[in-house]
Design a protein around this ligand. Structure first.
Ligand code: SF4
Length: 346
């Protein structure tokens, strides 16, 4: 098994990850060269329009890409902290399916958009949650049941829900069951993929608040995937903005909203509905995101960019560091290095 020893607070280290889908028209390059580090105990928000590759990236981190999807290349290191504080990092893409399966629930868990993607309609909730626990532990029935009730309580579910079938629960309750199941073994990482999108706005707010409190209480690392920038503003510590299979900007959430460096980030922020106003869709950015079957040359955003320059259709900008925690892929920032900005560059 591939391993290397390191120190620091990294939990996930992604290098040049490419996840493609086979189609009759050639490969659909949903994730096409992502480099990203996720730190321990942070909430990382993954944003971008539908079809930009954020859900595929989330599933790629978990190693759950199903055919016709496949890993075209790259590395996804998952780092565990040893008692002497050094990190052991293992590349998930070099592990067997069985090794990755064993890591799910225990080390990393997934909350999907629809709980029915993880719940069986024909089994009671307690059976499903307990089966998950027994698959990964040798706990006694009493200990497993106590932990199940503890997690249900954390998400505001009554014990009686354990004896119900999924069809007896509302959408919000089913999502709470999915969250309770994800936290039973206190994994280091939870990936929540649009977990409240299908719910009405009031339930959405309550569940977001609960998720936030649980994360703080259990000190989990959370990757939160949604196109909804307002949710990121509320939830995230740092954000990554995806477009056409690549990351365009990575920055702390405050900087993302107050001083975005990438024109696409500016466009996403302009789509947040203002108080008392309607949703303004991608103000100032015409057109649609390109198909993953055929990306534009150079910067993949150039056909829609209000700040496009001659170089933009010729050379693809790479994601480079332009501040202590700031990364951007845009030729507007070519002239700056991290050091130049630190010394007073704008
Ligand atoms: Fe716009 Fe050019 Fe920057 Fe791409 S590289 S976002 S086209 S300015």
């Amino acid at each position: 098994m591939y391993q290397h020893v390191d120190s620091g607070e990294r939990l996930i280290d992604i290098r040049d990850l490419r996840v493609w889908y086979r189609t009759t028209r050639g490969p659909a390059k949903a994730v096409d060269g992502v480099n990203l580090t996720i730190n321990r105990n942070e909430v990382f928000g993954l944003a971008g329009e539908s079809g930009c590759g954020k859900s595929t990236l989330a599933k790629g981190i978990l190693g759950v890409i199903k055919l016709p999807g496949y890993f075209e290349g790259g590395e996804v290191d998952f780092c565990r902290k040893k008692s002497d504080s050094t990190l052991i990092c293992e590349d998930l893409l070099k592990m067997s399916r069985e090794q990755v399966r064993r890591m799910r629930w225990r080390d990393m868990a997934y909350i999907p958009q629809s709980a029915m993607n993880v719940l069986s309609p024909v089994a009671r909730i307690d059976k499903q949650m307990l089966d998950g626990i027994f698959e990964h532990t040798n706990w006694s029935k009493e200990k497993a049941r106590a932990r199940m009730y503890e997690c249900m309580d954390l998400v505001g579910l009554d014990k009686a829900v354990a004896r119900m079938y999924p069809h007896e629960l509302s959408g919000g309750m089913k999502q709470r069951v999915a969250i309770a199941a994800a936290i039973t073994l206190t994994p280091d990482l939870i990936i929540a993929d649009e977990p409240t999108t299908a719910l009405d706005v009031n339930v959405q707010q309550v569940i977001l608040q609960e998720l936030k409190e649980i994360r703080e209480k259990l000190k989990l690392t959370l990757i939160y995937v949604t196109h909804d920038m307002a949710v990121h503003a509320e939830m995230a510590d740092r954000m990554g903005i995806m477009y056409a299979g690549v990351l365009m900007e990575v920055a702390p959430v405050v900087d993302t909203f107050h001083d975005p460096y990438h024109p696409y980030t500016e466009g996403l922020i302009s789509s947040i509905p203002s108080i008392g106003g309607g949703r303004e869709r991608m103000m100032g950015i015409p057109g649609r995101a390109p198909s993953p079957l055929e990306y534009p040359s150079g910067c993949r955003f150039h056909p829609r960019c209000p700040k496009v320059m001659a170089i933009c259709s010729e050379e693809m900008p790479t994601l480079k560091q332009v501040g202590p925690e700031r990364y951007v892929a845009c030729h507007l920032h070519d002239e700056y290095t991290f050091e130049e900005r630190a010394n007073g560059g704008d």
